[in-house]
Design a protein around this ligand. Structure first.
Ligand SMILES: [Zn+2]
Length: 218
């Protein structure tokens, strides 16, 4: 894969930043695409831009604000609280988001001559999001190839990893400190370690602690 170009779907969070480092390790050329869908925090897009700049890769921001016209959810609407109740999809769920993002990414990939599309979706802690599942990604890959008569390959380096495994991958890529200090995962828009209270922060912290414990650092 070394001689080919990859497009990374990039939000500036832990997962997609780890995927960006993975892509830089595996492809000759790497570009990133970030989606503006009226996130709660404009900071997310700024963080993505800053990381791309620091790592010397092109970043394009695509306007996907129409998503907030289609569904009401806690990521795009300040008046909806972030909640996760047993047996229900979390209030941060955006119906079809990965499906739409990957489809737009593929059109862009074709334009920039990238055969490879890299995404941080993960089935392990997928919280019930159907378009994070491996079977969906494989199905979409076939559909995209048919729709554009091309041979894209969608890569999902995190698909079978839990949060601890995602930190290990970042560490294996010599990027643990970068990912820990420069990414934004928190639903409340707090950089790096985050607010510590929201579901995203808890998941991130528990994973990091489990990994550091395993490594004997904690
Ligand atoms: Zn948080």
């Amino acid at each position: 894969m070394k001689n080919e170009k990859a497009l990374v779907v990039f939000s500036g969070g832990q997962d997609s930043t780890t995927c960006l480092f993975w892509a830089l390790e595996n492809f000759k050329a790497v570009e990133t695409v970030t989606f503006d869908y009226n996130q709660r925090h404009d900071l997310e897009i700024q963080v993505a831009k800053d990381i791309a700049k620091e790592l010397g890769v092109t970043n394009r921001v695509l306007d996907m604000t129409l998503i907030s016209q289609l569904s009401a959810n806690a990521l795009t609407r300040d008046d909806i609280d972030i909640e996760e109740n047993e047996g229900e999809l979390p209030s941060t769920f955006v119906e079809g988001r990965n499906h739409l993002f990957l489809s737009f990414a593929a059109v862009l990939a074709k334009q920039i001559g990238a055969k490879h599309i890299v995404t941080g979706v993960c089935e392990t802690d997928f919280s019930g999001y159907p378009d994070c599942r491996d079977v969906f990604i494989k199905s979409l890959n076939v559909t995209l190839n048919l729709s554009m008569d091309d041979q894209f390959v969608i890569h999902t380096p995190l698909m079978w990893l839990d949060k601890k495994g995602a930190w290990k991958l970042a560490d294996d890529l010599d990027a643990l400190e970068f990912v820990r200090d420069k990414t934004l995962t928190c639903y409340n828009g707090v950089m790096s370690g985050g607010c510590g209270e929201c579901p995203a922060c808890k998941l991130r912290r528990e994973g990091l602690e489990a990994y550091l414990k395993e490594e004997g650092v904690l």
